[in-house]
Design a protein around this ligand. Structure first.
Ligand code: TYD
Length: 138
């Protein structure tokens, strides 16, 4: 898996004058089952989140409100995705270093994850991540 697998998924939208509705169904709209949901909010201006990679976790990131930038790096290629629509989800496969910044005021970043929180699934050191990433890039 590489950065090319990290794509924006266009989630279903039910437009309605009373307000729009979007839904996500595990294994139908996204390529994994959901075991955990977490969200970042009240992010101060200039703050950065992320700064790690996961060994096996699959995630979908949605800008529920506001906007932010996600910088992705698979050890070979890099790209930045600007998230600013609550009907777009960025799929992040395992073995991707990510950093999130440029949060707008009031931004909410929701993450759907394929497994429970497990610190052992993290790479917290970029050098350690790169060392293993070069082995898995085809
Ligand atoms: P971290 O994943 O480093 O946050 P981010 O990627 O958003 O910058 O997690 C920050 C802290 O929160 C860390 O101490 C682990 C804890 N945490 C949990 O306990 N459960 C969770 O589901 C998550 C995502 C983090």
């Amino acid at each position: 898996m590489s950065i090319h697998d990290c794509t924006i998924l266009d989630l279903p939208r039910i437009n309605d004058p009373r307000g729009n509705l979007t839904f996500v169904e595990a294994s139908r709209h996204i390529p994994f089952d959901i075991r955990r949901v977490y969200y970042l909010y009240d992010v101060p201006g200039g703050a950065e989140r992320g700064g790690h990679a996961h060994k096996a976790l699959h995630q979908l990131v949605i800008a529920m409100s506001g906007s932010f930038d996600i910088h992705l790096d698979d050890g070979s290629s890099k790209k930045t995705v600007h998230m600013n629509r609550s009907y777009y989800g960025l799929y992040i496969c395992p073995m991707i270093w990510r950093e999130i910044d440029n949060f707008s005021s009031g931004a909410v970043c929701m993450v759907l994850a394929s497994d429970y929180y497990d610190e052992l699934d993290y790479y917290r050191q970029y050098a350690e991540f790169i060392n293993d990433a070069v082995k898995v890039i085809k």
